[in-house]
Design a protein around this ligand. Structure first.
Ligand SMILES: C[S@@+](CC[C@H](N)C(=O)[O-])C[C@H]1O[C@@H](n2cnc3c(N)ncnc32)[C@H](O)[C@@H]1O
Length: 239
């Protein structure tokens, strides 16, 4: 016997109904439920969602350009759930998914897909030329330190004040299979974040008020307002 969907599952049977429900859940900052609506992303199991709600949630009503690097799983044409989640969460924004592999993304006119290697400034330049400079970047791509750094080095200087840059799956900085190690090497995402701590602290006005106490070295990232680091994920805020 074929089982029929009942209750909530029945009401959310069509993509249009899921989309409407998703926008309502997004407006309520219920990212946890929104991710469950679409499934097929590991952001829930990693425990990242409360941090997204805290750091990007306040921007969800804005009209922005959001890039997510890494769309769906490896060697799969399907886009996974994360782009649908961002479409509904940032319901006034345009979403661009970037991946080195081709993906079949059909999520309405606000969601675009670009085949691009995050390690190639030429590819990133073409994406920015087509869509503009992003307000939010979510790097969930190759997780190789050199690639993460190449992407950040290209996009960050162009991003406006108030923009947010997210790097996921930081554990890979510790894995040799991702060119990482313990301790993480200078090429890793963790080393990049460590240099950002210096950049944030260099802005402490104590250095100007009490120059006789000592000098500070010039910050590597002068426009970095805040850095929020949690297990596996970092949120970088531009000043
Ligand atoms: C972890 S999955 C993305 C998961 C997705 N963001 C989600 O939450 O469901 C990683 C993706 O990064 C892509 N990728 C790997 N290397 C890349 C590169 N150099 N540039 C862009 N994308 C890359 C892979 O093809 C894969 O689809």
């Amino acid at each position: 016997m074929v089982s029929r969907p009942r209750g909530v599952a029945k009401r959310l049977r069509t993509p249009a109904r899921r989309w409407r429900a998703g926008v309502l859940l997004g407006a309520g900052n219920a990212l946890n439920l929104l991710v469950r609506l679409y499934g097929d992303t590991d952001k829930l199991s990693h425990g990242y969602l409360p941090h997204y709600e805290t750091h990007v949630g306040p921007r969800r009503f804005d009209s922005m350009l959001v890039f997510e690097i890494g769309v769906g799983g490896y060697e799969s044409l399907t886009p996974g759930g994360s782009l649908a989640v961002w479409r509904d969460y940032f319901f006034r924004s345009r979403i661009v998914g970037l991946d080195i592999e081709d993906k079949l993304v059909r999520l309405g006119s606000r969601v675009a897909f670009e085949r691009a290697d995050q390690n190639s400034h030429e590819d990133l330049r073409a994406v920015v030329a087509r869509h503009g400079v992003p307000d939010i970047v979510i790097d969930d791509g190759s997780h190789v330190g050199a690639h993460i750094r190449a992407t950040f080095e290209f996009l960050w200087p162009q991003m406006r004040a108030g923009s947010i840059y997210v790097i996921e799956d930081l554990s890979t900085s510790y894995y040799p299979s991702y060119d990482g190690g313990d301790p993480p090497p200078p090429s890793s995402a963790i080393a990049l974040l460590q240099s950002m701590v210096d950049s944030v602290q260099a802005q402490d006005n104590t250095f100007d008020r009490y120059p006789e106490w000592g000098t500070r070295s010039a910050p590597a990232h002068a426009d970095l307002q805040a850095l929020h680091v949690y297990p596996g994920i970092a949120f970088i805020v531009k000043g």
